[in-house]
Design a protein around this ligand. Structure first.
Ligand code: NDP
Length: 493
């Protein structure tokens, strides 16, 4: 007798034949009662779930965060105390491409982390860049539309991208990073990750500090040029998956150093820039990075769909000792990421094994699709509302945050007024050597092919404000690549 397990229906009964459908006679006419055939075909139709509207193409692995430094005076979070080792999941991604997009495309990379702490899941859903294209969530859906396909041509549109960027100068910082060497990492292990937003740390005394999180690659920064990437895409569209999966299978575990920058509430009132503006960094000279620990990825998922495609990261997931900030984009993402998961995965998405906390979970949420809790999360069927007299879970006031002082009249403040969108970009431009500048100019020129002159000129004016060499370099590269001549009509406008 075979020791192989018996193939069963989803209801557990043995399947007598998995090769031949039940027909009326040898030549066919399939019987409707062949329910297992119908079940098999129906499952096939339902294998895909909606892909993420952004960050659809991704690569992920499990690992640990080990705390080697001491930031206990800033935070009481158990996962950030000296010596703590926390299991975690990382998912890297491109932003614009669909699930079948090639890995080696110039794009910002998502850098999403889920830490399964003893006090609940802490998600840090960042990018490989410290800043973002827009600072107000009103602009986020429009920005993403410019990255996706044109509704009529069904092609991506360079015109839409540069039209939007040139009309949104706050994008200049991120656009410059995207078009620089760091816009095309060799694979996910050769790039930094940044929490990007400003968050809070809260210590045992109830004091709040503002914080930026940085994950510095220990493999070094390595990037491809556009030409190299084209060659690779000609060979494989899956270069990142091959590299990340392959390295971890071979025991070559990638590592990142976790650093934080800390700003006191008093310091935040005095910075020349808004410290909650995601288009800005906190200069290292003013807020030096502090070493906190090491993140290592050392286990590949066993099932890509179950553990990476269904992984649900959301900035709403914070734990005691870590919290939000007034950053407008963060505030919007707190809503929209969790909402995306409710839509893609279902109401009870946090009960999918990869998203389940590794600490006890007690709540009063009840019914809805895929409630697989085996009852309530309250420990007592009579405790299905709150407050109750039946020993149901109860709030813990010790998890309260210190009050956040907010001043000012409620209004819609023009986010462009009083915001310098150029000075930090100039600081970045000045970090580039001649080779890096040349590649920056050529990458921008390549991305601007076919864009109308009046939009090109509007963007060149922004580059000029960063540094005259920036505009001149791009103008020359445009001439070399496309024979572009100055659009004097627009320039005169
Ligand atoms: P610093 O000279 O003190 O910091 C420079 C930082 O810039 C480096 O630590 C590195 O960040 C990053 N950097 C260096 N070379 C490049 C490059 N070729 N492409 C992208 N980033 C690079 O100056 P500031 O802190 O005042 O920052 C200057 C500019 O550097 C900023 O305006 C910003 O554009 C960029 N930057 C700043 C970061 C920050 O948090 N202050 C973080 C990343 C970039 P890392 O160590 O993270 O690789």
């Amino acid at each position: 007798m075979s020791d192989r397990p018996t193939l069963t229906t989803t209801a557990g009964a043995p399947v007598p034949d998995n090769q031949n459908s039940m027909t009326a006679g040898e030549r066919g006419g399939v019987m409707l009662q062949d329910y297992q055939l119908i079940e098999k075909l129906a499952h096939q139709n339902r294998e895909r779930i909606p892909e993420r509207a952004v960050h659809a193409k991704g690569w992920g692995a499990f690992g640990t965060l080990t705390i080697t430094g001491d930031i206990s005076r800033y935070t009481k979070a158990s996962a950030l105390q000296p010596g703590a080792v926390t299991p975690m999941l990382a998912r890297f991604s491109t932003v614009a491409g669909e699930m079948g997009a090639a890995d080696h495309e110039r794009d910002v990379r998502g850098f999403a982390l889920k830490f399964y702490t003893s006090e609940g899941n802490w998600d840090l859903v960042g990018n490989n860049t410290p800043v973002f294209f827009v600072r107000d969530a009103y602009k986020f859906p429009d920005f993403i539309h410019t990255q996706k396909r044109h509704p009529r041509t069904n092609l991506r549109s360079a015109t839409a991208m540069w039209d939007f960027w040139s009309l949104s100068p706050e994008s200049l910082h991120q656009v410059t990073i995207l078009m620089s060497d760091r816009g095309l990492p060799v694979d996910p292990t050769f790039m930094n990750g940044y929490g990007s937003h400003t968050y809070s740390l809260i210590n045992a005394a109830g004091e709040r500090f503002w914080v930026k999180f940085h994950f510095k690659t220990q493999q070094g920064h390595r990037h491809h040029t556009n030409d190299e990437a084209e060659q690779i895409i000609g060979r494989t569209r899956e270069g990142y998956q091959e590299a990340l999966f392959g390295k971890i299978e071979k025991g070559e575990y990638p590592r990142w150093k976790l650093q934080v920058q800390i700003m006191t509430e008093e310091q935040a009132e005095k910075t020349s820039y808004n410290p909650f503006d995601i288009t800005k960094v906190w200069p290292h000279g003013e807020f030096p990075p502090i070493d906190v620990g090491v993140m290592e990825l050392n286990r590949n998922p066993d099932n890509y769909f179950a553990e990476i495609e269904q992984a649900a990261f959301s900035p709403s997931n914070i734990v005691p000792g870590i919290s939000y900030s007034p950053d407008k984009m963060l505030q919007a993402r707190i809503f929209s990421y969790a909402d995306a998961h409710r839509y893609r995965l279902g109401t009870h998405y946090e009960n999918i094994p990869v998203n389940q906390p590794k600490c006890p979970v007690h709540h009063y949420h009840r019914d809805g699709q895929m409630n697989t809790y085996g009852g309530l999360r309250t420990g007592n069927p009579d405790a299905y509302y709150e407050p109750n007299s039946f020993g149901g879970p109860f709030e813990d006031k010790s998890a309260s945050e210190p009050p956040l002082k907010i001043e000012g009249d409620m209004s819609r403040y023009d986010h462009r007024v009083g915001n310098d969108d150029y000075v930090q970009v100039t600081a970045l431009f000045n970090l580039f050597d001649e080779g890096q500048k040349g590649r920056l100019f050529r990458n921008i020129a390549a991305a601007m092919g076919g864009v109308p002159g009046h939009i090109v000129e509007r963007q060149l004016a922004h580059f000029h404000k960063v540094h005259p060499d920036y505009a001149a370099g791009v103008r020359k590269a445009l001439k070399d690549a496309h024979g572009y001549e100055a659009d004097t009509l627009s320039a005169a406008e």
